[in-house]
Design a protein around this ligand. Structure first.
Ligand SMILES: Cc1ncc(COP(=O)(O)O)c(C=O)c1O
Length: 281
């Protein structure tokens, strides 16, 4: 919704919308400029920004959507330095949207891994035309309440505010968001669980012989090397729903949400059962 508001505010006939990475509704590779790439060095999928920027691609009022903190569905991040380099190349007239839906998870992983994940707020403070979007749907557990926020230059934000529909965020949603911000214990628990369970789930799936991309979000991208939709169907028959990534252009990959220890136990047992069936055939 927030991306829609920003894009709608500048959507003149010559506006150009360039999703750099795999937003949920835009499969990686859907844009000639945006994609996740397989690193020839590690064999891992990594988020990658900045492709094609030298080609004079930006028109007058281009909006550039860049998903930096937890690309969906790969779970990778572009990295603070890569994003710095990307922004150096972006012309001043271009508004860059940094979708940080998974920033809480990414920050936690960055702290564990001893790296910086993003300088997004520095760009805003430095007066860049950068809008950082965050949501309460992920670490704060309010998916379905439909509440999030944007951080950007005051002048731009006043234009975007005018694009909101009346009562776009209900008072109930606002109250939930404020309560979520105050509930640090819940957020800490969610982030700790995610970090611990990401490791456990990654090991569990890897032990079964599948490749898992190191995640910065609350889900894992797993390469199965076989028809993912068929595996998803068999899992569903076991009562477990995961996402087969055919519609994202990855027909042999799945996205698995990181759950509680109990939920992950159920997933791992069911996953072992359904993939064993494949091996036997
Ligand atoms: C990268 C990304 N951005 C934004 C969103 C949407 O968040 P919201 O629930 O606030 O619409 C999602 C949800 O899956 C997402 O994966």
């Amino acid at each position: 919704m927030l991306v829609g508001i920003v894009v709608g505010a500048v959507n003149t006939p010559c506006a150009e919308i360039v999703p750099q990475l795999g937003l949920q509704d835009a499969p990686p590779g859907a844009s000639p400029l945006g994609k996740s790439v397989v690193s020839p060095v590690t064999g891992c999928i990594t988020a990658h920004v900045g492709d094609g920027l030298t080609g004079g691609t930006f028109r007058n009022d281009a909006v550039n959507c860049t998903c930096c903190a937890g690309d969906n569905p790969t779970g990778t991040v572009a990295g603070a330095e890569e994003l710095d380099r990307f922004l150096e190349k972006v012309p001043d007239h271009v508004i860059v949207i940094l979708d940080e839906a998974y920033s809480d998870f990414a920050e936690t992983f960055a702290a564990i891994r001893g790296v910086e994940y993003s300088h997004s707020l520095n760009y805003v403070h430095a007066g860049r035309k950068v809008v950082v979007l965050r949501t309460f749907s992920k670490a704060h557990g309010l998916a379905g309440v439909r509440v999030g926020y944007g951080i950007g230059p005051a002048e731009l934000m006043t234009y975007f505010a005018r694009m909101r529909t009346t009562f776009s965020v209900s008072v109930v949603a606002q109250a939930a968001a404020v309560a979520a911000l105050e509930d640090e214990a819940h957020t800490r628990k969610a982030l700790e669980n995610n970090a611990q369970q990401a490791q456990r789930l990654t090991e569990g799936i890897s032990d079964l012989g599948y490749r898992v991309v190191p995640t910065w979000a609350n889900f894992l991208y797993c390469e199965l090397g076989e028809d993912a939709a068929a595996v998803a169907k068999r899992l569903q028959a076991e009562g477990v729903i995961i996402r087969a990534l055919g519609p994202w252009g990855a027909p042999t990959a799945i996205r698995v949400t990181i759950g509680t220890p109990e939920q992950n136990d159920i997933f791992l047992k069911a996953f072992k059962r359904v993939t064993e069936k494949v091996t036997v055939r």
